[in-house]
Design a protein around this ligand. Structure first.
Ligand code: DON
Length: 575
C-alpha cells in the first residue's frame, strides 16, 4: 500500500503525503528521532538479496527499499540518483550528467552515456580573453560553465531495463525535497564554505544560502526542486527538456549571460555505448568507453601491470607501487592526446587497447628509477572533486555501476531560479586552450576542444566485473582524474592483494597523471615505500583524500559484500 511512497516507508512507515501541514511540521520538528534514524551510516555489510553503496545513507536506503518492493538494480539506480539529487546537492544532480555501466541478468552488457554537451552557441575559444589567455573562472563558475544537462535523459534511458513505474522511483526524492531532510555535519560545512559563491553566481538567492550558517541537524527544504521533480514525474522527459522547466533554465541563462537554449535542451539525447571489455586473469572487466577516458585508462594500466607478479610484489610495496605509477603516467599521456568525444574525433580505440601497443608503451619502463613525463609522450597511433558513484546488485544477477556529476562541488554554483536545481560546470572538462589544465590538472588538445554539441572528455570510470561470466564486482568513485587510478587500485586490492571490500576501499590511495610529474599520496601511505620511491627519483606530494569509492563483491557463497567509503558520509544498505 505504501509502495507509491518509499520515502515514507523509510520514515517510520508514515506516508508523509497523507499528513496534514500541522502534522508534517511536527514530524520535521522531531528532528532528533528522524536524524537518528536517517543518519546511521553503515560502512560495510553482507546482504543476501540486494545491496547499494552510495554517497548518502538515505539514498542507499531508498535503493534497497525499491529492490525489496519489487524493483531490480536498474530501478534502484534510478531512484538512488534522484534521491542523491536531493540529499547530496554537491554532486547528486538532475542538472549534470553521468555514465552507467550495467549487466542485465540475461548477461547483456549495457553502457548509457548521459554526459553533458556543449551548447550549440559554444565556441572553441569562448573562455579566452582578447589576449588569448584562458579564463578558468568562467569555465568553472556561473552560467557559462554549464553544459546541456544529460541526467534526466539518462534516467529515462535506464527505464528500459527497469520494472517499476517511474512515478514510484521518483517519489522518495519528491518527498525528501518537499518535506525536508536533516543535513549532516559534512553537508553543513560544505554549504557554509560555498555561501559566497552561491550569492555571487546566482540571480536570485537559492535555498542553499543561510545567513546564520548551516549546522548539522538543520533541515533542508527544496520546494522548487520538488515541483521540478513532479513535472518530470508527470510529463517524463518533457517535464525537464521542454515546457516550464526548460523555460526556467533558458530564462536563468538569459539573466546570467549563459548560452543554453530551448533547442539545446529539446535536442539532448542520451546515447547507448558498447562498453570497453577486457580480461584480467580469470575476470572480465567492463568499463565505460569515450567520451569517458575511464575505461580505456583502466584497460591500459591493468594490461600494463598484468605481465608482472603483483601479488608477490605486495600491496603498496616499492615494486608494485612504482609499476602502477609508471603505467598511470603512460596512460594519461595518451588521454591528453588521443581521447575525446568519439562522435567528433576519431578515437584510436583499437590501437590504444591492443596488446602490442601496450607492450610497446612499457618498453622504456625501468624498474629501478622514475621515468620523466617530459620524455614520455603519447604513443604513436598508426590508425588514422564533486562527483558521486553508486554501486548496486540485486539478487537476480543485475549489476549497475553509475558515476554521475556536476563536475566541481555544487557544479557551477548556479541554481535555476524557480526550478531549484544546480547546474553543472562541465564545460571546464573540455580543453579550453591546448595545454591549459582543467580544474583536475588534466590537459588536452584538439581531440577535446570545444565544439557545439560535443561531449567533453571525462575520467569517470564505473565498472562491473564478471568471473566465469557471473556477477563478481561493481565499483567506481568520484575524484576527477584520480577516478581511473582509484578504480585501478581498488581492483588490484581485490584481485591481487586479496583484501576485504572494506580494506579495498579504505586503504590509502596514490595517483600519477603524467602531468604534473608528481605522485600524490593520501595520508597513511606507507612511509618506507614513500622513501624508497623518493630515492628512485619520484616527487611525492601528500594531498587530501582521494575519491569516495563504493564497492560490491559477490562472495563464493553468493553473499553480497558491500562497502562504502569512510572518507565521506557514504553508506551501504541492503536486505
Ligand atoms: O568527468 C570528469 O572526469 C569530471 N567532471 C569528474 C569530476 C569529479 O569527479 C569531481 N569529484 N570529486
Amino acid at each position: 500500500m505504501l509502495k507509491r511512497n518509499i520515502a515514507a516507508i523509510i520514515i517510520n512507515s508514515i506516508s508523509l503525503s497523507t499528513l496534514s501541514a500541522q502534522q508534517r511540521t511536527t514530524w520535521v520538528g522531531a528532528k532528533k528521532t528522524v536524524n537518528a534514524y536517517h543518519y546511521v551510516q553503515t560502512k560495510s555489510a553482507v546482504y543476501k538479496n540486494g545491496a547499494v553503496s552510495s554517497a548518502h545513507p538515505l539514498a542507499s536506503k531508498v535503493g534497497a527499499e525499491i529492490m525489496k518492493h519489487g524493483g531490480n538494480a536498474f530501478d534502484a539506480a534510478i531512484a538512488v540518483q534522484l534521491t542523491l539529487a536531493v540529499v547530496y546537492p554537491g554532486a547528486g544532480n538532475i542538472g549534470g550528467g553521468g555514465f552507467l555501466v550495467g549487466r542485465k541478468k540475461t548477461g547483456e552488457l549495457i553502457g548509457i552515456d548521459y554526459r553533458e554537451t556543449a551548447p550549440v552557441n559554444a565556441k572553441r575559444d569562448m573562455y579566452l580573453d582578447k589576449d588569448g589567455n584562458a579564463q578558468t573562472s568562467i569555465s568553472q563558475n556561473g552560467h557559462l560553465a554549464a553544459g546541456v544537462p544529460g541526467t534526466v535523459a539518462g534516467l529515462f534511458e535506464t527505464m528500459k531495463y527497469a520494472k517499476l513505474p517511474f512515478k514510484q522511483l521518483v517519489q522518495p526524492a519528491i518527498d525528501l525535497a518537499e518535506y525536508g531532510f536533516v543535513i549532516t555535519e559534512r553537508e553543513a560545512s560544505n554549504l557554509n564554505v560555498n555561501q559566497d559563491a552561491f550569492i555571487k553566481y546566482n540571480t536570485s538567492t537559492p535555498v542553499f544560502v543561510k545567513v546564520n550558517k548551516w549546522k548539522s541537524g538543520d533541515t533542508l527544504f527544496q520546494k522548487q526542486l520538488a515541483a521540478t521533480l513532479r513535472r518530470i514525474r508527470d510529463n517524463g522527459l518533457k517535464g525537464f527538456y521542454e515546457g516550464e522547466t526548460a523555460r526556467m533554465i533558458v530564462d536563468e541563462m538569459k539573466r546570467g549571460n549563459g548560452i543554453i537554449s530551448l533547442a539545446d535542451l529539446k535536442n539532448y539525447k542520451a546515447k547507448t555505448r558498447i562498453p570497453v571489455q577486457f580480461n584480467y586473469k580469470d575476470c572480465k572487466i567492463v568499463g565505460f568507453p569515450p567520451p569517458s577516458s575511464g575505461g580505456i585508462i583502466l584497460l591500459q594500466v591493468m594490461k600494463m601491470v598484468s605481465k608482472y607478479p603483483m601479488a608477490t610484489y605486495g600491496f603498496q610495496k616499492q615494486q608494485s607501487t612504482q609499476l602502477m605509477i609508471e603505467a598511470e603516467r603512460r596512460a594519461f599521456a595518451d588521454r591528453a592526446e588521443h581521447l575525446g568525444d568519439p562522435d567528433f574525433w576519431k578515437v584510436p580505440l583499437k590501437t590504444l587497447s591492443s596488446d602490442t601497443y601496450i607492450a610497446n608503451r612499457m618498453k622504456d619502463y625501468d624498474p629501478n628509477k622514475a621515468s620523466k613525463s617530459s620524455n614520455i609522450k603519447a604513443g604513436e597511433i598508426k590508425e588514422s572533486e564533486e562527483t558521486t558513484h553508486l554501486s548496486i546488485c540485486d539478487g537476480e544477477g543485475n549489476m549497475v555501476s553509475v558515476t554521475t556529476t556536476l563536475n566541481g562541488s555544487y557544479g557551477s554554483k548556479t541554481v535555476v531560479a524557480g526550478a531549484g536545481f544546480l547546474l553543472n560546470n562541465e564545460m571546464d572538462d573540455f580543453s579550453i586552450k591546448p595545454g591549459v589544465a582543467n580544474m583536475y590538472g588534466a590537459v588536452g588538445g584538439t581531440a577535446n576542444a570545444i565544439e557545439p554539441g560535443k561531449r567533453m572528455l571525462s575520467s569517470m570510470c564505473p565498472v562491473v566485473v564478471l568471473k566465469k561470466n557471473k556477477p563478481y564486482i561493481v565499483a567506481g568513485t568520484p575524484g576527477g582524474t584520480t577516478i581511473p587510478t582509484s578504480v585501478f587500485q581498488t581492483l588490484m586490492n581485490l584481485l591481487e592483494f586479496n583484501m576485504s571490500v572494506d580494506d579495498a576501499v579504505n586503504k590509502p590511495k596514490f595517483h600519477h597523471q603524467h602531468l604534473p610529474d608528481e605522485v600524490y599520496v593520501e595520508n597513511g601511505f606507507p612511509l618506507d615505500t614513500r622513501k624508497q620511491l623518493e630515492l628512485m627519483g619520484y616527487k611525492i606530494v601528500e594531498r587530501s583524500s582521494i575519491g569516495r569509492t563504493e564497492v560490491i563483491r559477490i562472495n563464493a557463497k553468493g553473499g553480497i559484500e558491500v562497502a562504502a567509503d569512510r572518507r565521506g558520509d557514504d553508506s551501504v544498505a541492503g536486505y
